[in-house]
Design a protein around this ligand. Structure first.
Ligand code: NAP
Length: 279
């Protein structure tokens, strides 16, 4: 039987890059997508070092034509799609009084509608293969974090979307999981493109709590962050476990933190409840 095929979004760096390498190592035909093919060097180098082959393709989750082209191209070349890993995402720091509704909409475009678009395009093929739909959300998809209103709203939206979808497509053979990391040492913070001093200067009456939040977050990233390789282990668990749970935290810290909110750590109680609505 030919190897199973997984498509991953946002593999130019971080969790997506390491998940692509780990999936290929685990024997999957791995379609590693990135929005800008000129940013594929780190991915290619990592694949060379690991001695694995990747099928690298362009996919910008905010561009419907590129989502369709990557997924249809995968089907044309590999004949099947067994898993989609929605990993692409981007952070955002701010508070609503100091930003526009348009700013919030942009955060939703990448982190929420991007996931919706890739999921919609992949689902017919995942139904055909009895496949897996995995999305990297965040502990911020469960617990709202200060100065992360737009980002957490988008990640909450993704979690709600996937929790609603899981029992429905589960009836047709597709397994849905969300992966919830805490702080991870990737390009994530740099990619937000913040100049803290500029941010504080523009924060008005919010400057002091914002300073405190940024200092605490910097400490967390310096002292308690996971590596993207560690997070990729959980992503691959979701991909390969016989019966992965709906909700997977990537560390004990993330489990305790989300547990502050969730008594139902792995999502099985909610899904058992909502699945029963379907008769
Ligand atoms: P990262 O190194 O910044 O990786 C993010 C990836 O998403 C990059 O490859 C980036 O591509 C890609 N991306 C951004 N916008 C895109 C778009 N429109 N279309 C396609 N790809 C796009 O950060 P990371 O930590 O690995 O983040 C991966 C996922 O983990 C994200 O969903 C993030 O929200 C989540 N997460 C991260 C942390 C953390 O602390 N790092 C914690 C919890 C959850 P470019 O190179 O082109 O920008």
């Amino acid at each position: 039987m030919s190897a199973k095929v997984v498509l991953i979004t946002g593999t130019s760096s971080g969790i997506g890059l390491e998940s692509a390498i780990a999936a290929a190592r685990a024997g999957w035909t791995t379609v590693a997508t990135l929005r800008d093919p000129n940013r594929a060097d780190a991915l290619r180098d990592a694949a060379d070092r690991a001695g694995v082959t990747l099928d690298i393709r362009q996919l910008d989750v905010t561009d419907p034509a590129s989502v369709s082209a990557a997924i249809e191209g995968t089907l044309a070349d590999h004949g099947r799609l067994d898993a989609l890993i929605n990993n692409a995402g981007a952070g955002h720091v701010g508070t609503i009084e100091n930003e526009s509704v348009e700013d919030v909409r942009r955060v939703m475009e990448v982190n929420f509608f991007g996931v919706v678009a890739a999921t919609k395009a992949a689902l017919p093929h995942l139904r055909a293969s009895g496949g897996r739909l995995i999305t990297v959300t965040s502990v911020g998809g469960v617990v709202g974090q200060p100065f992360n209103e737009a980002y957490c709203a988008a990640k909450f939206a993704v979690e709600g979307f996937m929790e609603s979808l899981a029992p429905v497509v589960g009836r047709l053979g597709v397994t849905v999981s969300v992966v919830e990391p805490g702080a991870v040492a990737t390009e994530f913070v740099t990619n937000i493109g913040l100049d803290p001093e500029q941010l504080f200067a523009a924060a008005g009456e919010y400057a002091e709590p914002l300073r405190n939040y940024v200092a605490r977050t910097q400490g967390q990233f310096a002292n308690a962050a996971q590596t993207p390789e560690q997070v990729a282990v959980t992503v691959i668990d979701a991909l390969t476990a016989e019966r992965p749970p709906f909700r997977l935290q990537t560390s004990e810290w993330a489990r305790t933190f989300t547990g502050t909110k969730l008594a139902d750590h792995d999502g099985s109680a909610v899904l058992t409840l909502t699945d029963a609505y379907l008769g």
